[in-house]
Design a protein around this ligand. Sequence first.
Ligand SMILES: Cc1cc2nc3c(=O)[nH]c(=O)nc-3n(C[C@H](O)[C@H](O)[C@H](O)COP(=O)(O)OP(=O)(O)OC[C@H]3O[C@@H](n4cnc5c(N)ncnc54)[C@H](O)[C@@H]3O)c2cc1C
Length: 382
Amino acid sequence: MIGGGIAGAAAALALRQEGHDVTVYEAHEDPEGDVGAYISLAVNGMRALEKLGCLAEVQSAGFGVPRMRFSTAGGRRLGDVPRHRREADPMHSVTLMRGRLVSIMRRAARAAGAQVITGERLLGMTETVDDVTAEFSSGRRDTAELLVGADGVHSTVRKLIDPSAPRARYSGFYAVAGVSSTPSADGGVWNLTYGRNGAFINITLDERTQWWTAQVADPVRPDLRSIDDDAWKQRLRQLYPETVPSEVLAGTTRLFGSTLMHVCDPIRTWHSTRAVLTGDAAHPVGVAQGAAMAVEDALVVAAALRVAPTIHAALEIYDVERRPRISKLLKHADDSRDSKRPGPVKRRLDVVKMRLMLPFYERATGYLYDYDAAVSGERISA
Ligand SMILES: Cc1cc2nc3c(=O)[nH]c(=O)nc-3n(C[C@H](O)[C@H](O)[C@H](O)COP(=O)(O)OP(=O)(O)OC[C@H]3O[C@@H](n4cnc5c(N)ncnc54)[C@H](O)[C@@H]3O)c2cc1C
């Protein structure tokens, strides 16, 4: 595995379950990384984690968020729908710190017998018919039957498999996250306010603590490194004068930092003969499904390796199995990103669109939660 984030740790666990020898090479020592301060796992991701034996630990490291509400900048409620699940599903989406999730999964991978080596950055790879050799910046080399590129949105493995593959680019949004001590009675609700300058999300942990993320629309890629915490607080208060965001921002006790958000054109080539992409390396998706998709990928790669006569055949099965689902999700993510772009006329049209669409939300998104990677594994086996 190249990359020890969610996709790499999940693939390590899934392949260990099938009895493969696994080594994970991760560039950073620290699992916190800079991708998303906290993330939500949709129920399809939770069910995939259950297959990997991590469900209980992930549930106890985070908190369940059963509902989500959408509001206009003026505070008018547009809709209240189940969060990342079907209404009747007793399993709830869980929100937790991303670093915590990666720590749990890396620990589980080690406990399952995978070697996890940190501080090693992949630079190159050489494939033959029989094996693939990874080359690292330290000079280290390692040869295996299969290389899994789980190295994120700016994947090196993607470029090595196909030098003409699209590169991730700035999406026109950046995210800033923090914790606020603003009181709220809305426990277990993910609230999204469409603000003048993007979208503002706040989730109530308990009656005195809220986690928030401001997704700021800014067409010109900003330099986020030069901004300190006080300057952020000031800037965000100007960007989000709307009632709910300004109240939550005023009670901020801690900032988690800021992250540029990226998009990538669809990546046509997910594998070569002995290397394959999973997670964001293959398909940065958005709409809070990236983590879930990375875990699903892992289960499907493992199932395909179990049944296929050759590694290359397994990688073809993986592509055929995952491609339609990811393509459908990418379309859905484009629509969601577009609804957060500002502009007074567009915003009014978006509000009308949301009001029409929200009653059918479950019908539109249910396909995401119905997928069971283990069932798809069984289908592959059949
Ligand atoms: C602001 C924000 C909020 C988000 N919120 C959500 C959410 O709520 N729900 C959700 O599901 N998803 C969310 N996401 C997306 C989610 O974080 C990603 O989809 C997920 O982290 C992808 O996991 P990954 O393992 O594929 O990639 P990453 O998490 O990026 O992991 C890749 C790993 O590979 C390592 N690496 C990179 N290059 C090399 C190399 N050359 N050699 C060795 N190691 C390397 C990196 O250090 C990293 O640890 C969010 C993303 C952002 C930016």
